[in-house]
Design a protein around this ligand. Structure first.
Ligand code: ZN
Length: 165
């Protein structure tokens, strides 16, 4: 079969979009907190669950999350994966480990890179601590946290975190 008769199975069509992100009240509060090195969760007015970042309403009750609480930058690994596939918009050397982390005081997990230990040591229930960029580099971005790394605290038993898995 000549090249001109071969079926076209793939085309590349680069697209570039610029847009202005309007975070809304709850996300703005979260981003302003991050700018100061604080992780602010929003507590549901009805059930009390704490979301980080909060979107302004509880996904379970649809009630507002009016109260903001400063959360710890320590947490527990709920689940994780080792990424070996490159992505154009992620500037992290392969392979890397990303995890769902339940910050202390939160009721929803938060995604973060895990570094500071071999992948083989990352496990569900492992306690981790945020490693922040130098304060002079802080911006309105969750990128202020470079990664999470293990701390010396004992693992959390699966029974205590299974509802978040
Ligand atoms: Zn609720």
């Amino acid at each position: 079969m000549s090249e001109e008769n071969e079926p076209i199975t793939r085309i590349i069509t680069p697209v570039h979009v610029e847009y202005t992100y309007t975070p809304g009240v709850a996300s703005e509060r979260f981003l302003r907190g991050v700018r100061e090195g604080k992780l602010l969760g929003g507590a549901c007015d009805a059930c009390g669950r704490v979301y980080v970042p909060s979107r302004g309403a509880c996904p379970r009750c649809a009630a507002p999350t009016s109260e903001f609480r400063e959360l710890s930058d320590k947490g527990t690994v709920i689940t994780f994966c080792v990424v070996r596939v490159p992505a154009e918009n992620i500037d992290v050397e392969l392979p890397y480990c990303t995890a769902s982390i339940l910050l202390d005081g939160a009721d929803i997990s938060f995604t973060g890179l895990i570094q500071g230990c071999p992948f083989e040591e990352v496990r569900i229930g492992m306690r981790v601590q945020a490693v922040w960029k130098p304060e002079a580099e802080w911006d309105f971005s969750i990128g202020n946290i470079q990664h999470f790394e293990p701390n010396s605290e004992a693992d959390v038993p699966f029974e205590d975190i299974k509802e978040y898995s």
